[in-house]
Design a protein around this ligand. Structure first.
Ligand code: HSE
Length: 439
């Protein structure tokens, strides 16, 4: 049996999970990969700490066990790249700057396959990395980059190729989902729920990527490329996080029989694709409304087979590690043929603001006679059909109420708000909150 040699760069949460599975499950993996998967080197600046944390032999780490200086890290990196016996490098360092891009490109230039969980890197530099992989005839495994343990990349690129995928709606950031679930179920304030998510290790090193929607955006960009052939820059995808969601929004959602979720959404209409990441009110009849805690879920609608629902752990050491090891298996077994197929034809990306969707609009206004009429009239003037007007809440001098619309565009709603501001300048106390309703 041939031996397939692997090096891991970065042995924190995810890298440690990969190493553990490779060592612990070696016998079964040998059969599944048709090769003996040999973990030969781990490059990690803090070897002793990592070895202790993951219970891994210190002998696998580059160096003597002492913390490595930046120069030593570079020296060992060069040794790994120059070692022609190493077949595959697992990049679990993270980040999307030039240094990490160079490591990915050098891996491929040195004729090694690359497996990564790094969604930020792929979202920013996927085109350069995949083109280098093509040039150097090496594979890039990225199952772990989208929804941790859920095999969504494989499903889309291998299993669902006969279907035409028409829409994606997905919960792809466990931290945000955990926070929203806590706020909804236990009435906890945002900050408290975030602190607990961080304590449980769900959050990114920089939690603003989680709660700001950036992490979910990176994952949606990868799926947009895979499903619709869209090559978008990170900046061009409209992304809104959950920081502004408060107890009033959750209460209005409850009245509407909805949960609030951070949704990654994409919809194909002809050759156009509308996509966004933003909090949405999800109707209880939609399976995504029941996904609680840090769990991830992806709901796809296919032209032929209808609904597909994928659900599981989106983060975690062994969870994400298992997705990385499945890519290693695939590449060890199929070598340069282990290439995931992206969509062939590119669709046209359109602003979600032009797409008709049902919305919930929460108004905070002066508490004056006729205010509901003023707001409803402005909405009607934009040809928006109102579905429901929610209960009014009153503070000392303010009214807070929600209006749910039939499908209309965000642009129409903005026009209606501009109309109110023009004709009744002081009646809106704050800019209304506009949340799409996912049915
Ligand atoms: N921090 C991410 C999440 C996990 O909360 O889902 C890795 O992408």
């Amino acid at each position: 049996m041939t031996s397939f040699k692997i090096a891991i760069l970065g042995c924190g949460t995810v890298g440690g999970g990969v190493a553990k599975i490779l060592l612990e499950n070696a016998d079964a993996l040998k059969i599944k990969a048709s090769a003996s998967l040999e973990l030969t080197k781990i490059l990690e600046p803090y070897p002793a700490r990592s070895s202790k944390r993951h219970n891994l032999p210190l002998a696998l780490y580059c160096g003597t066990g002492k913390d490595l200086s930046a120069d030593e890290v570079q020296k060992y990196l060069r040794e790994i790249l120059d070692d022609s016996t190493i077949d595959l490098i697992v990049e679990t360092i993270g980040g999307s700057g030039q240094e990490i891009l160079n490591i990915a490109l050098q891996t491929l230039e040195h004729k090694k396959h690359l497996v990564t969980a790094n969604k930020a890197l792929l979202a920013r530099h996927g085109a350069a990395i995949f083109s280098a992989a093509g040039r150097h005839e090496r594979a890039v495994g990225f199952e772990a980059a989208v929804c941790g343990a859920i095999p969504i990349i494989r499903a889309i690129s291998e299993s669902l190729t006969a279907d035409e995928l028409m829409s994606i709606s997905a919960i792809m950031n466990g931290t945000s989902n955990y926070i929203l679930s806590k706020m909804e179920a236990e009435g906890r304030p945002f900050e408290e729920a975030l602190a607990e998510a961080q304590k449980r290790g769900y959050a990114e090193a920089d939690p603003s990527l989680d709660v700001g929607g950036g992490d979910a955006g990176h994952k949606l960009l990868i799926l947009l490329k895979l499903v619709f052939g869209l090559d978008l820059s990170v900046e061009s995808l409209p992304v809104e996080g959950i920081k502004e969601i408060n107890s009033d929004d959750l209460a209005f959602a409850k009245e509407m029989d909805c949960s609030i979720k951070l949704i990654c959404y994409a919809k194909k209409s002809g050759d156009d694709v509308f996509a966004t990441v933003r909090p949405m009110m999800v109707k209880r009849a939609n399976s995504l409304s029941k996904i609680g805690g840090a769990t991830n879920a992806v709901r796809l609608i296919g032209r032929y087979a209808g609904e597909y629902l994928f659900c599981g752990a989106g983060a975690g050491s062994l969870e994400t590690g298992s997705a990385i090891v499945s890519d290693i298996n695939f590449i060890a077994r199929y070598g340069t043929k282990a290439v995931r197929q992206f969509a062939l034809s590119a669709c046209r990306f359109r602003s979600f603001n032009e797409f008709a969707f049902p919305y919930n609009i929460t108004f905070e206004t002066e508490d004056i006679p006729g205010i509901t009429g003023i707001v409803a009239t402005a909405i009607g003037k934009q040809h928006i059909n109102i579905d429901t007007v929610g209960h009014n809440r009153h503070t000392s001098d303010k009214a807070i109420f929600a209006i749910a619309t039939m499908p209309c565009t965000h642009n129409q709603i903005q026009e209606a708000i501009a109309d109110i501001q023009r004709h009744h300048p002081s009646c809106l106390v704050s800019y209304p909150k506009i949340i799409p309703i996912l049915e």
